[in-house]
Write a protein that binds this ligand. Structure first.
Ligand SMILES: Cc1cc2nc3c(=O)[nH]c(=O)nc-3n(C[C@H](O)[C@H](O)[C@H](O)COP(=O)(O)OP(=O)(O)OC[C@H]3O[C@@H](n4cnc5c(N)ncnc54)[C@H](O)[C@@H]3O)c2cc1C
Length: 295
């Protein structure tokens, strides 16, 4: 990829979520001429709607944990490079209220320590020191000081701003209808208005919508949509002191496959305070579920 290609852009990045914005930033920083195109506005998709957990607690040993730890290190680096994105490295815990869970938590903590996390098993008193809102019924918790959270929408905005400072071009409200293909190669994108924008390379970062753009090419991408709803409020004061998550079932199975859970997290001085969430396999269906916290 170089200016010698004769095209105005070395790379078109399609989709300005966290993946697209980060790709645009790092490519522009390396000197590539980047065009970032977004059908709506930056962070319109999943990246602008998540509660921003950097939740290493739930990463399994191996590639998941390696990626999680690398992402966590990168987040620390980005705090120095970008505008503030409200990252709070406040740690995280999963607590339990049933003594039958103790051996499970012991094994869980040992496994995560072996995978590289500085995780500890703490008693109820220590758990309440991290989070005074916890009830006396809480017997203990797994505690990971590396867990953090951020405002992902702000992170996307910060990445876009920094990419533009490095010369990237950003086009919002620019829906891409299809990828432009010539002789079996992707040579650009075609907008909903029918304009073809050429580029040396195209990075497809359209999240849950990526499979739709690949379908006409006979390519199937194993990305499917899940409905994950979050209830949040404006910050309402120093009430919750650490990120934590409560699992009602008498097992830790939910840590890896969290289908039904409640979580609460600290976001002091932050603009948003999530108070609960729920995951369902409802595809791209948009209807909201009102009984989010009680179900
Ligand atoms: C409610 C919720 C909670 C979550 N919680 C967490 C969490 O706590 N921690 C965590 O790590 N992850 C969490 N996730 C997952 C995380 O948000 C996603 O993995 C991540 O944001 C995906 O980023 P992305 O850039 O791939 O996709 P997206 O952020 O969805 O970005 C894709 C972009 O592409 C654009 N686009 C799509 N099609 C086109 C087109 N044809 N033309 C132009 N633009 C197009 C969209 O408008 C969108 O802006 C959560 C997700 C959700 C929905």
């Amino acid at each position: 990829m170089s200016a010698a290609s004769g095209k105005a852009h070395d790379v078109i990045v399609l989709g300005a979520g966290i993946v697209g914005a980060a790709t645009a930033y790092f490519l522009a920083k390396k000197g590539f001429r980047v065009l970032l195109v977004e059908g709506e506005s930056p962070a319109w998709g999943a990246s602008g709607r998540n509660p921003g957990f950097q939740w290493l607690h739930t990463r399994k040993a191996g590639i998941q944990m390696e990626l999680g730890l690398a992402g966590r290190r990168l987040a620390d680096q980005l705090r120095d490079e970008l505008d503030d994105f409200e990252m709070r490295p406040s740690g995280g815990m999963i607590y339990f209220v049933d003594e039958r869970q103790l051996p499970l938590f012991r094994a869980f903590v040992a496994e995560r320590r072996a995978a590289g996390l500085p995780m500890e098993l703490i008693d109820g008193k220590a758990a309440r020191e991290h989070c005074p809102a916890l009830s006396e019924k809480v017997l203990g918790a797994s505690w990971n000081p590396l867990d953090a959270h951020q405002n992902t929408g702000k992170l996307v905005d910060a990445l876009v701003t920094a990419a533009r400072k490095h010369g990237a071009e950003m086009r919002s409200n620019c829906r891409i209808e299809k990828l432009a293909i010539e002789a079996g190669r992707c040579v650009g994108v075609v907008t909903a208005e029918g304009e073809t924008i050429p580029a040396g390379k195209v990075v497809l970062a359209a999240g849950a919508w990526s499979p739709k753009l690949l379908e006409p090419l006979g390519m199937s991408l194993p990305i499917s949509a899940m409905r994950l709803q979050v209830v949040e409020t404006e910050f309402f004061g120093e009430f919750i002191h650490r990120t934590f998550e409560c699992h009602q079932p008498n097992s830790l199975a939910g840590c890896a496959h969290r289908r039904r859970h409640r979580n609460i997290q600290r976001r002091e001085t932050m603009s948003r305070q999530p108070i609960g969430s729920r995951i369902e396999r409802a595809g791209l269906e948009r209807g909201a579920l009102v009984r989010l916290l009680t179900g």
